[in-house]
Design a protein around this ligand. Structure first.
Ligand code: NAI
Length: 377
C-alpha cells in the first residue's frame, strides 16, 4: 500500500509531544514524514526537519510557508498534525482544513466554543477529516472497556469516576518557571488551566467508554498556589444524557502522583477500572462475583482490543503506540474507511463547551450548567 505523506507543525526538538507523534505516525508504515514546520524558531525548525529526513524544500520555517508550499504540490501532504501551543491550534487547523488538508489537532482543539463550532462546520463543508488527539481512548484495554459497555457486560452504566491528577506543578518555589507559569496565565492558556489541560482527557474518556455525552455539570475550581490566576485543581460533577452520574477530579498539585489518569465505570451488573500507569490490565468485577484481571493480548477479548495491540501478551506497549492507533485509524479514514472511535472535531468542540461552562459554574459556586455546545443543544 502506498505510504501517505505526513506533515507536522510544532513538535520540534525537545518538545513534549513531538516524539510521540513521530513514533506513532510512522510505527505502522502508513505515513512518512514528508514536510514540517516544527519549531517557533524558523531556522531551528528547518534544521531539525532535515535531520529527521525531510527534504530541504519541504522543511519550512513556519506554518504559512508550509501551507503555501504544500498547496502548490501534486504530492502534497495527506495529513497535517498540529502540535503547537494551544492558542495557535484554531488558526492553523482552520487554514489547513480550508485549503483541503486532513488535520490531526492536539487538544484542546480551540480556545473558545465559537472557534470549536467553526472548525466543526469547516470540516463538514470541506469533507476533510479533522481529528483531535484524545489518544488515551486508543489504548487496547480502554477499547475493551468500551466494548464491554456496548455489549451489555456491566449493564446500564450508573456511575463513572475518573481522575487525571499529577503533582508536577505542586512546587510553589517553581511556580514562576516560564514553562509552568504560562499554563495558569489567562493571556496564554485561556479561561482554564488544569481542567483544559488534563481534565478534558478524562471527560472525553468518560464519554468514550460510556457511549454517551455530558449534558450538564457543576464545577469547583481552586488555585492552590495563590499566584496562579487559573485553577490548578478542579472537581467536576456531571450528568450524561442517559442519566449516568459522573465525578471527575483533575489536579496538577497532587505531589507524588506521576501521570495519574484513571477511570472506573460502574454498571448495574458489574464494575471495572483502568489506570494509564498500568494500561495493560482492566479490573472487572461482576455483581456478586470475584474481581478478575483482564490482560491485553489474552484470548477472548474484543476485536477492537485485539486490533489496537501489536505485541504479545505481557509486553508493554504504552503511550506512543496508543498514539499510533490514532494514526492507524486516520490512515484508514484518509483511504476512505472512516473508523469508529476516531476522536473528531465534534469531540474537541464538546470539550471546549465543557471547559467554558465549568468556568461559569465554578464562578457561581458550583451551579449546575448546560455543558453542551450551543449547536448540539
Ligand atoms: P512544548 O512547549 O513542549 O512544544 C511545543 C513545540 O511547538 C515546540 O517545538 C515549539 O518550538 C513549537 N512551536 C511553537 N509555536 C509554533 C509555531 N507557531 N509554529 C511551529 N512550531 C511552533 O509543548 P507540548 O507539551 O509538546 O504541547 C504541544 C501541544 O500538545 C499542546 O497543545 C498540548 O496541550 C498538547 N499535548 C497533548 C498531549 C496528549 O496527551 N494528547 C500530551 C502533551 C501535550
Amino acid at each position: 500500500m502506498k505510504r501517505l505523506n505526513w506533515g507536522m507543525i510544532g513538535g520540534g526538538e525537545g518538545s513534549q509531544i513531538g516524539p510521540a507523534h513521530r513514533l506513532g505516525a510512522q510505527a505502522d508504515g502508513n505515513f512518512v514524514l514528508a514536510a514540517g514546520a516544527l519549531d517557533h524558531n524558523a531556522d531551528a525548525g528547518r534544521a531539525y526537519a532535515q535531520r529527521l529526513g525531510v527534504a530541504a524544500d519541504r522543511a519550512y520555517g513556519d506554518w504559512r510557508e508550509m501551507l503555501s508550499g504544500e498547496s502548490a504540490r501534486e504530492d502534497r501532504v495527506d495529513l497535517v498534525t498540529v502540535a503547537t501551543p494551544n492558542s495557535t491550534h484554531f488558526e492553523i487547523t482552520k487554514a489547513f482544513l480550508e485549503a483541503g488538508f486532513n488535520v490531526l489537532c492536539e487538544k484542546p482543539m480551540t480556545m473558545t466554543v465559537e472557534e470549536g463550532e467553526e472548525i466543526v462546520k469547516i470540516a463538514a463543508a470541506s469533507g476533510k477529516i479533522c481529528a483531535v488527539n484524545y489518544c488515551y481512548s486508543a489504548y487496547p484495554m480502554v477499547r475493551e472497556m468500551r466494548e464491554m459497555v456496548r455489549t451489555g457486560q456491566i449493564g446500564k452504566v450508573r456511575l463513572v469516576v475518573t481522575n487525571f491528577s499529577h503533582g508536577h506543578h505542586g512546587d510553589a518555589t517553581d511556580a514562576d518557571n516560564p514553562r509552568v507559569r504560562w499554563r495558569y496565565d489567562p493571556a496564554m492558556a485561556g479561561v482554564s488551566g488544569q481542567f483544559a489541560d488534563c481534565g478534558i482527557h478524562a471527560l472525553h474518556m468518560a464519554s468514550f467508554i460510556v457511549g454517551d455525552q455530558v449534558r450538564e455539570l457543576s464545577a469547583d475550581f481552586a488555585s492552590t498556589i495563590p499566584s496562579r490566576e487559573l485553577e490548578d485543581d478542579a472537581m467536576v460533577n456531571f450528568r450524561m444524557e442517559g442519566g449516568t452520574v459522573g465525578r471527575l477530579w483533575t489536579s496538577s498539585v497532587a505531589i507524588g502522583r506521576q501521570h495519574g489518569f484513571d477511570i472506573q465505570v460502574f454498571g448495574e451488573t458489574g464494575g471495572m477500572r483502568w489506570r494509564s500507569e498500568e494500561p495493560n490490565q482492566v479490573y472487572y468485577t461482576p455483581v456478586g462475583g470475584r474481581t478478575q484481571i483482564m490482560e491485553k493480548g489474552e484470548g477472548g477479548l474484543s476485536h477492537e482490543a485485539g486490533r489496537m495491540s501489536r505485541v504479545a501478551i505481557a509486553h508493554p506497549e504504552g503511550f506512543p503506540l496508543a498514539v499510533a492507533n490514532i494514526y492507524v485509524d486516520l490512515a484508514a479514514s484518509i483511504r476512505g474507511e472512516l473508523r469508529d472511535g476516531l476522536p473528531l472535531a465534534e469531540d474537541g468542540l464538546r470539550s471546549m463547551a465543557a471547559v467554558h461552562q465549568a468556568v461559569v459554574s465554578a464562578a457561581d459556586r458550583g451551579a449546575w450548567v448546560d455543558a453542551r455546545p450551543p449547536m448540539y443543544r
